[in-house]
Design a protein around this ligand. Sequence first.
Ligand SMILES: NC(=O)c1ccc[n+]([C@@H]2O[C@H](COP(=O)([O-])OP(=O)(O)OC[C@H]3O[C@@H](n4cnc5c(N)ncnc54)[C@H](O)[C@@H]3O)[C@@H](O)[C@H]2O)c1
Length: 319
Amino acid sequence: MSQSRIENVTLLGAGVLGGQIAWQSAFKGKSVVVYDLYEKGLQQCRKDQQGYADIYLQSLGASEEMIAATRARLTFTDDLGKAAGNADLVIEAVPEIPEAKISVYSELAKHLPGHTLIATNSSTLLPSQFADATGRPEKFCALHFANHIWHQNVAEVMAHPGTAESTLVAVTQFAIEIGMIPIPLQKEQNGYVLNSLLVPLLNATLSLLSNGVSTPETIDRTYMVSNRGCAVGPCGIMDIIGMTTAYNVSSYWAGETGDEQLLQNARYIKESFLDKGKLGAQSGEGFYTYPNPAFAAPDFLEVPDISRAAELASLAVPH
Ligand SMILES: NC(=O)c1ccc[n+]([C@@H]2O[C@H](COP(=O)([O-])OP(=O)(O)OC[C@H]3O[C@@H](n4cnc5c(N)ncnc54)[C@H](O)[C@@H]3O)[C@@H](O)[C@H]2O)c1
């Protein structure tokens, strides 16, 4: 069998990633229900879908007919029973907080048909943390997508010790059907491949900032010049990820490890962004303001005009 038999997909969590996975899956022909606990989340998701439509039209060669068909395959609800009752695959993309995920899995178990598979999109937690809460551990694994799914089209496939191989096959087939490059992992790893590489970079960035060593633009400029060709640096990446998830990851690992620097980094995100309603690119402001962030300016990576020397030197004065 080369097809997944997954036609009906349910997304739990209509946030940054839930919305992108939903849109991409519908674009590739799946019927998708998006569920969120909050009406506000569903409203924002509907708004985000317009942005995705524009990207797919302008950059991915989609036609107006394809966009209309994608929209027709998407529905939104705050009723978990309705969302789950017909699902072949549920993808969980609720906040990166273990209690939130366990609570939604426990509630979900009351509504799911017997054959339904479940995958978590958690960035840094392990499927074995949630397998029991799903009530169907053999049908559960991680399927982790990257932000900007249409471009960064990887899907990391990670089992826990009780996942059936048939689940991994179906989930991998599904990933391919929706245009992803599957990235199989041979054992559980917090952060998979992608975030095992990315999170240390973001932690290092947050430490430079929260210790007052440098500024977001300087850090991003350094990264982008030394990796010429990349379109965004670590602060820009955090804006794309969204400050809520960046905070959840920092604060969870600060709690787990007791690491003072991680704790300070989490506080930095809270005080500098969350408390001010700056939630990242999706909300229009994070480290940068959108739609025209400073790092995208044509001269961001140029040797500056010499008239700026004093201004730049002022950033090197110890304080
Ligand atoms: N943002 C990223 O770049 C990224 C990338 C890969 C994976 N992830 C992972 O995806 C998951 C979601 O992250 P996000 O960035 O989309 O978060 P987000 O904060 O943008 O969205 C989370 C959504 O879940 C909703 N929600 C909260 N509690 C819920 C519940 N009990 N039931 C249903 N919905 C609930 C919220 O209203 C919100 O709409 C996390 O596990 C995160 O680690 C995020």
